[in-house]
Design a protein around this ligand. Sequence first.
Ligand SMILES: [Cu+2]
Length: 485
Amino acid sequence: MKEKVSRRRLLSGAAAVVGATFFGSEASFGQQQETKEADRSGPDGQPFKVSNGPSISTRTQPAWMHPPHPEPGEPGKHYKPVVIPNGSVLPWKLMDGVKVMHLTAEEVNHEFVPASDDNQSLRALCWGFNGQVHGPTIECVEGDRLRIYVTNNLPEATSVHWHAIITPSGMDGVGGLSQKVIEPGETYKYEFTVWQHGTFMYHSHEDEMIQIALGMTGLFIVHPREPEQDPPDRDFAILLHEWRIDVGTRRPNPSEMTDFNVLTMNARAFPGTDPLVVKLGDKVRIRLGNLSPMEHHPIHLHGHAFWVVATDGGAIPEGARWPEATALVPVGSTKTIEFIANNPGDWALHCHMTHHAMNQMGHGLPNMIGVKPGNLNQKAGKILSGFMAMGETGMSDMASMQMPIPKNSVPMVGLATPKGYIGMGGMYTNLKVREKLESYDKDPGWYQDPPGTLATLATNDELQRDLGKLPQTKPMDKSMKDMNM
Ligand SMILES: [Cu+2]
């Protein structure tokens, strides 16, 4: 059995020496495993085995207690690196079989939306790691031992928690509970072995309300030790967040509880998000994490249904996976989705909370639908900086208007395209599925629809031919009377 072979391999050589320090003897570890597996026989009499399941579920000891795998995971050999749109991976160096990494907590002048022909850039003074918001992604392999130095260059104490990673209590990073806080100027050392695989996160666990709101979060991805039987062709990771950045200010407001106005994927708001580029027929995985301060995000994908295959608790056994077109990603959790990109085109991937798919200017507007605003914008604009009334017929028509944009703000909605204007911003990106691709790293431009597959203006001939023959919608009145309403 594959699993047992890998465990025996674990107990060989240098690993057994490390193991002995935890268990007194290497034998006790092996024996407990055998017993535990036998106890959990399946209906066919075979030992119960969760396919790619949570790696902790059949073990008697917490994951970190198991000795590190003798061979530290290497990209290209043990795993195919994850693609992090607009993000990066934390570099590491192997020293005596341990992967050594360094995170520096610091202030970052972060760009949420780069300037373009259509908009100025949106920036704010955030807190992050290694010059980035969010911090770089930690990527490793199940069985790796990690030594992570954390330097605090912030004006206040901090501490880093490895979210959903099973560590010794003293490595869990909760300031004042697990450890002393890292004072400004200090560097702390965390070291633990990761015997889980999946999509996890890390974040500040000191003065959480301030530090998480200012961006001190990151992804922590652990690849399985046993190579996946059907690995994805494209493996993306996206961390969700929400911010309150009042127009014209340069510091996100961490006191905000409900009214967030900049919604981000990997700390970029659309149109600042890079598209996810895939080839027709690719197996696609998207790892979604949410460390927003307050809100859950239902992330909806167009053109495809997908399987929810894992949470930050581990992989969902195949028979228990469920199909969705929208994955709800609660605060403090990850959801991993998979699908075959079998439908060529440009597909929206976005939070379905409508105020989360727009940028700053769309919020808190007077309701002007059905009202003629006249020159209200000019008049009110003199008194209220950044005032913009909603359009008479809604807001889409305002997007393309030449409105003066206040300093450090982006238009409330998206991006000009050959078909007009994408009426969304914020927590939004595009999945681009193409038959032919020059490169995964190059935006293939906008989709060219094959003949007969594009919604178009109906012709008079078509209207006369079809609409007169349709049955009329029955008025509600009669049925309402029947119901005594
Ligand atoms: Cu949302």
